[in-house]
Design a protein around this ligand. Structure first.
Ligand code: FE2
Length: 319
């Protein structure tokens, strides 16, 4: 987020923006040139044409006014909620690209402006569309193939975590769509501040150990703290999951090193679902390894009651 004469400017990636750009005529586009923001004067052109011209010049990001950024969010939300999203003529690949572009865009906007009602609404729509795409897929494995090709690894992992978590929640008597949504928001936001490189360092550390840089150790509490400022928009259960998603019941997790009795059942379900998804991903989605993976998670988490219950439910889901 930067200041310009016209007020706050929000950074947007052109390659994502262009997926929804058809109706954005009239939006001002700003570019940083020698430390100043220059407003592009393409008044007779449509937004999409401006973006394409910039892409040809190898510009990958533009800045738009805050008010225009909100118009973009609204438009993306409408596009994703409309029946044309389900038009049989729309290829699955295009839908996958669209949900991924929407996710990358909303994540970047939340990192710059904080959460707002419109961004939270869009996150929920993205999750619901991704779940629909998954359920319409001939199999979970063809879905993974399609998503692997067309979207970021972090988004694929988040969507699969939400899918597995929803099935695990269904094994509990207190199951509800609202509870699933609270967990889903957590998976979409829990690594929100990490860059692509940070995410890679984090995943390598999870696989191989070593020293984790301090800023990465802090990401759960940094994100949770910023969301606490908007307590009315983000459920407390979602914030708790984000805070705890790298904690361990033996107290050796991070950032706070909490002990086993501080986890609630939903956090434990989230953590085992996320661990299962990540380890299955690392095993190249070899489903034969599912019980081995659950056993591995049990060794790390299974000593605590909440995790034991979550793992028993997960085992029923994958068997
Ligand atoms: Fe994380």
């Amino acid at each position: 987020m930067d200041n310009a004469d016209s007020g706050l400017l929000v950074k947007m990636e052109i390659r994502h923006l262009i997926k929804f750009a058809e109706k954005f005529a009239g939006i001002e586009v700003h570019l940083p040139v020698s430390g100043k923001f220059i407003k592009l004067n393409y008044s007779s052109d449509h937004f999409v044409e401006i973006l394409r011209k910039l892409q040809q010049k190898e510009v990958s990001e533009v800045y738009v006014k805050e008010v225009d950024c909100r118009r973009i969010i609204e438009h993306v939300e409408k596009a994703m909620s409309s029946s044309t999203f389900y038009d049989p003529k729309t290829m699955e690949e295009q839908r996958v690209e669209a949900v991924n572009a929407a996710m990358e865009t909303v994540k970047s906007i939340i990192n710059q402006l904080g959460v707002e009602p419109e961004t939270v609404k869009l996150l929920k729509t993205i999750n619901s569309r991704a779940m629909t795409l998954l359920s319409e897929s001939p199999s979970i494995f063809s879905f993974i193939k399609q998503f692997k090709k067309n979207c970021s690894e972090e988004f694929l992992l988040s969507i699969l975590t939400n899918y597995i978590m929803a099935l695990v929640i269904d094994k509990f008597p207190w199951r509800s769509e609202q509870v699933k949504e609270k967990g889903a928001l957590a998976s979409m936001m829990c690594d929100m501040t990490l860059s692509k490189d940070d995410f890679k360092i984090m995943r390598d550390w999870q696989k191989n150990g070593g020293v984790l840089p301090e800023n990465l150790r802090r990401h759960p509490s940094d994100i949770a703290d910023s969301l606490k400022k908007n307590r009315l928009l983000i459920p407390i259960e979602t914030i708790t999951i984000i805070e705890q998603h790298h904690e361990l019941p033996d107290g050796k997790g991070f950032p706070a090193g909490i002990n086993a009795n501080r986890f609630n059942q939903l956090s434990a379900i989230f953590i085992v679902s996320q661990q299962f998804t990540e380890q299955l991903h690392d095993a190249s989605y070899n489903y034969e390894k599912r019980t081995e993976i659950i056993q591995h998670i049990r060794t790390k988490y299974g000593s605590a009651k909440m995790f034991e219950k979550a793992l028993d439910a997960l085992l029923k889901v994958v068997d």
